[in-house]
Design a protein around this ligand. Structure first.
Ligand SMILES: [Mn+2]
Length: 241
């Protein structure tokens, strides 16, 4: 049966991406929704984008924009860098892209330029990297960068975790969509290594940039498959630790 699978933040962990595609037995019948942050972290950002671009040709894919993808794109397009980015995985990406053929770099830049900020399916399920701030939803968002930078949606979901949906103070932002799937805020920070549902928000960033596995999840059944923890796949590296 055709499935729709959502994939958390990869952060240059190409070997983990290969593992989850294999472990979930992904076929060309499946639709793949990638939540962004493909680069910055482990040493294989170049290989990661290469694989994503080839998946685009063979599979039905939706590629969303992460803040790290935007930062790398800004560097490719405008030579823009900043010390904070270099410190948080950017340097590993630049190392991964050293001496690569220019035509590949151009293809990767085009891929990054054409990422989507969000995807809303026909069951009112929202997919995006980070969150949104407007209480009427994404179409009303005044600050489009929030779609890949915001952490307040996840914080709001956590804070509302004990409130029933009919509570008068239940957050408006959490009433709009039937489900929301995000990455961006790694669950490893709260010592969790499986996808987590809070107040209708699924966080699928299981912390692959740090000590944890990468995750792929069936959006209907919620069955999921994971890679080995990334430090085992890149034993001589630190990732973003
Ligand atoms: Mn992010």
């Amino acid at each position: 049966m055709a499935r729709t699978l959502v994939i958390g933040d990869i952060h240059g962990g190409f070997r983990a991406l290969e593992q989850i595609l294999e472990r979930a037995k992904v076929s060309t019948d499946d639709t793949l929704i990638f939540l962004g942050d493909y680069v910055d972290g482990w040493s294989e950002s170049f290989e990661t984008l290469n694989l994503l671009i080839s998946l685009k040709a063979s599979h039905n894919c939706i590629f969303l924009r992460g803040n790290h993808d935007e930062l790398f794109y800004e560097w490719l397009k405008n030579g823009k860098d900043n010390p904070n980015w270099l410190l948080h995985g950017g340097q590993a990406t630049l190392d991964s892209y050293r001496n690569r053929p220019l035509n590949f770099i151009q293809i990767h830049a085009n891929f990054l330029e054409n990422l989507d900020n969000y995807y809303l399916d026909n069951k009112n399920r929202l997919f995006l990297h980070a969150g949104f701030t407007n209480i009427k939803g994404i179409e009303h968002e005044h600050f489009s960068k929030m779609l890949y930078w915001d952490r307040s949606l996840w914080e709001t979901a956590l804070a509302a975790r004990n409130l029933p949906e009919n509570d008068p103070y239940y957050p408006e932002r959490l009433k709009i969509y039937s489900e929301i799937f995000i990455g961006h805020t790694p669950l490893s920070k709260i010592n969790i290594d499986k996808p987590m549902l809070v107040s209708g928000v699924w966080n699928v960033d299981t912390g692959a940039a740090f000590t944890n596995p990468l995750t792929i999840m069936d959006i209907d059944t919620k069955e999921f498959w994971q890679s080995d923890p990334l430090p085992n796949l890149y034993p001589n590296e630190k990732g973003r630790n």
